[in-house]
Design a protein around this ligand. Structure first.
Ligand code: PFF
Length: 453
């Protein structure tokens, strides 16, 4: 029997959860969806959803994880032994974590590639327009993105192999504070660029007319993805919490850190985009095309500054991506260690090999496998949509129903309040429990239906 590890302190669990939450979703995706869906209007709705819907789901996952002290599959299996379908829900969550970890590692690889480029040669000021073509050339080639994906995934698997305390906790302890220092530094730099005001106004001007059903579903989907819900990442990390660590405070801090970081990333990217005179609606290519273009333009005036700024920017994305990726790998590794009783080392290597294989297919779908369609989508796109539009939502629904209707109310309350010793949590429980039972499940079903239409 393996000894179950624990996070060392309250801070360690918050840093781990925040590390999982803060990732490509915050820096790469949040700024452009804010732009697409009405600036401040989106931010307000996003914060409201994160606090009212995502946070209760995060708490539900944490309650299951710490109560069972097992990863997602074994937790649902053991807490509901007479209802075998729950364990299948757990397996779907593990599958979701596996799929996301595979394609996420491809984008993580791109950030490795860009950071190396920024470090070695910078983005050439001679032909800033050419810089925007780098992304298309790089992502559609065969070996370069695969090599970068291998480096990224290898690094993450190595951290997970070292264990919860020696790997994950240690890495998060220095990288999360560093991420905040880097983002604040870049924010100050970005809002002071000439012409940056347009970007600040763009983010602050609320346009509620864009908050259509699609805008709302996008805000909730973004919040789920950003807070790592529905695929057992939070559940698995919470299973390493000690009995005296508070679930509520960890959840609230994680929500605040995640939303705060996303908003700061918006204020780094958009002012810079406006300052360089680029269209803000560039969508997903914003970070890998528009931003290097800005650095190239900047390089013409002050090469050193441009170099430092570009390395800092891509290093921030890289670190944020690593701390998220390790939480997904941990879901898969803990499943193998607990259910198949194999060593963490073997499990990490196995997960690395499998995720690498699927990641390679996703990477090639930007080039030589571009013609392959699965239900009308390219390979990368198919797996992204399958996991974020369906598996995450179904997982979140399953966790809320499990806590609201399957677990005993007394167990749920004891877990949230540490046996009644946390007063604020006890007060909140009276309000939270009905929300988890009656509000969250229909809300998720509604979003699910919107996604299907
Ligand atoms: N929250 C991460 C991000 O915003 O990039 C992505 C993620 C990590 C999703 C872990 C799901 C997960 F389990």
């Amino acid at each position: 029997m393996h000894q179950r590890e624990h996070f060392n302190s309250r801070l360690a669990i918050v840093l781990a959860l925040a590390g999982s939450a803060i990732g490509l979703g915050n820096i790469w995706r949040f700024p452009y969806v804010v732009g697409e869906y009405g600036g401040a209007a989106f931010i307000i709705v996003y914060i409201a959803f994160s606090l009212c819907i995502s946070l209760p789901i995060m708490l539900s996952e944490s309650i299951i994880g710490r109560h069972a002290r097992k990863g997602v599959y074994c937790a649902l299996r053991d807490l509901a032994p007479r209802r075998p379908w729950w364990k299948w829900a757990g397996l779907v969550a593990v599958l979701g974590a596996f799929i996301i970890s595979s394609y996420y590692s491809v984008v993580g690889g791109w950030s490795v590639d860009y950071m190396m480029r920024a470090l070695m040669k910078g983005f050439s000021p001679d032909a800033p327009d050419n810089v925007m073509g780098i992304f298309g050339r790089m992502s559609s080639s065969v070996w370069e993105p695969i090599a970068a994906h291998t480096i990224f995934l290898g690094l993450c698997a190595a951290i997970v192999m070292l264990g919860v305390k020696n790997g994950i906790e240690r890495f998060n302890k220095f990288s999360i504070p560093l991420l905040f220092i880097l983002i604040v530094g870049m924010l100050v730099f970005s809002v002071n660029l000439p012409g940056a005001r347009g970007g600040v106004e763009y983010l602050l001007k609320p346009d509620f007319s864009k908050m259509t059903a699609k805008g709302l579903s996008c805000a909730l989907g973004q919040s789920f993805f950003s807070m790592s819900l529905g695929i057992g990442a939070v559940l698995t990390y919470a299973s390493y919490m000690k009995p005296d660590q508070g679930i509520l405070s960890a959840g609230v801090w994680t929500t605040l850190f995640d939303a705060g970081f996303a908003i700061m990333a918006g204020f780094v990217v958009m002012p810079a985009v406006f300052s360089a005179g680029i269209a803000p609606g560039a969508g997903p290519s914003l970070v890998f095309e528009s931003i290097p273009y800005i650095f190239a333009k900047m390089g013409a005036a002050s090469p050193l500054l441009a170099r430092v700024a570009s390395v800092t920017f891509f290093l921030t994305i890289l670190i944020a991506a690593v701390t998220s990726e390790i939480s997904m790998l941990e879901v898969c590794v803990s499943q193998l260690v607990e259910q198949r009783q194999i060593s963490r080392r073997k499990a990490s290597i196995l997960v690395f090999i499998l995720a690498w294989g699927l990641g390679v297919l996703c990477s090639l779908s930007f080039g030589v496998l571009g013609h392959v369609r699965i239900l009308g989508s390219g390979i990368f796109e198919f797996f992204d949509q399958l996991s974020s539009n369906y598996i995450m939502l179904l997982g979140a629904l399953a966790f809320a129903i499990f806590v609201g209707w399957q677990m005993k109310k007394a167990d749920v309350e004891a877990e949230l309040t540490n046996g009644g010793s946390l007063r604020a949590s006890s007060r909140l429980f009276k309000f939270l429990y009905p929300v988890i039972r009656y509000v969250i499940p229909p809300a998720i079903v509604l979003i699910f239906i919107t996604n299907l239409l």
